[in-house]
Design a protein around this ligand. Structure first.
Ligand SMILES: CC(C)(COP(=O)(O)OP(=O)(O)OC[C@H]1O[C@@H](n2cnc3c(N)ncnc32)[C@H](O)[C@@H]1OP(=O)(O)O)[C@@H](O)C(=O)NCCC(=O)NCCS
Length: 234
């Protein structure tokens, strides 16, 4: 069950400033095309029921490759040695980013998706409902944290907190006042992290039989966020 952050003031009290470990911060860098296989693996392993994951690993890999072409895509990886062990993927404007990527890369994405859909027709239904998802999750706040995943033994160690900070600082440095995140009600790790960050529950909606919750963080008011850009996308 989610623990609702009851109001912005209470959420802000819960979220004090974020103590940064410089060594962890140094291991975080912008995502690059060469990371797509490892990022797809992490995405698939922990978000296997999501639409994009149901379309299979090759689809996910292609998706990340083409998203990296968009200047609206802001993504970072956490790397130890040559191994990517966690990532965050966000956008300065998700619907515009997907429209742009769709215009440029539909044949490539459709080819990968088609390979999967004949074995998992349910994914096709989900695909059709994607536009409804954007409607329900709202277009009033363009900046979004879309996906975040860490290897299981890194969860709860605050490494993920650092990568959130890097994304949110970057969005703030670009002038965004708010960031939104949508997650499933029954994802305790995600709900706990968002509550600790001071996100407030903004709305709930049902998507493909699952109850989703949309969280919003006021980047300007958050004691954890500073306007620091660390991503080259312009
Ligand atoms: C969602 C996910 C990224 C959250 O990451 P995480 O590793 O738990 O995050 P953190 O370690 O930064 O912890 C978040 C907060 O919870 C606290 N916390 C972590 N484990 C805790 C525990 N067992 N008990 C109490 N508090 C705990 C941390 O101290 C931190 O609080 P703080 O920011 O005030 O210090 C991670 O669980 C994950 O990879 N899940 C699989 C993928 C997924 O579900 N992604 C979300 C959908 S997009």
């Amino acid at each position: 069950m989610i623990q609702d952050a009851p109001d912005p003031a209470a959420a802000a009290r819960l979220a004090g400033p974020f103590p940064v470990d410089p060594a962890v911060l140094a291991a975080i860098r912008p995502m690059e095309a060469r990371d797509a296989p490892q990022v797809a693996r992490l995405h698939h392993a922990s978000m296997g029921r999501s639409l994009w994951a149901r379309l299979g690993l090759p689809f996910l890999e292609t998706l990340y490759e083409v998203l990296l072409d968009s200047p609206r895509f802001l993504a970072f990886v956490y790397e130890e040695g040559a191994r990517v062990r966690g990532f965050i993927a966000g956008s300065t404007d998700t619907p515009a980013m997907y429209r742009e990527v769709g215009r440029a890369h539909t044949p490539r994405l459709a080819m990968q998706a088609a390979r999967r859909v004949w074995r998992d027709p349910g994914a096709l239904v989900l695909l059709h409902q994607t536009s409804r998802y954007f409607e329900a999750s709202g277009s009033d706040i363009p900046a979004e944290s879309l996906f975040c995943s860490f290897e299981p033994d890194l969860r709860g160690t605050r490494v993920s907190g650092h990568i959130n900070k890097v994304l949110f600082d970057d969005l703030r440095s670009r002038g965004h006042r708010y960031v939104k995140v949508t997650t499933e009600v029954d994802n305790p790790g995600s709900n706990r992290q968002l509550a600790h960050w001071g996100f407030v529950v903004d709305r709930r909606f049902t998507f493909y039989g699952k109850t989703m919750v949309r969280y919003v963080l006021d980047l300007e008011a958050s004691p954890r966020v500073e306007p620091v850009g660390r991503h080259p996308a312009v």
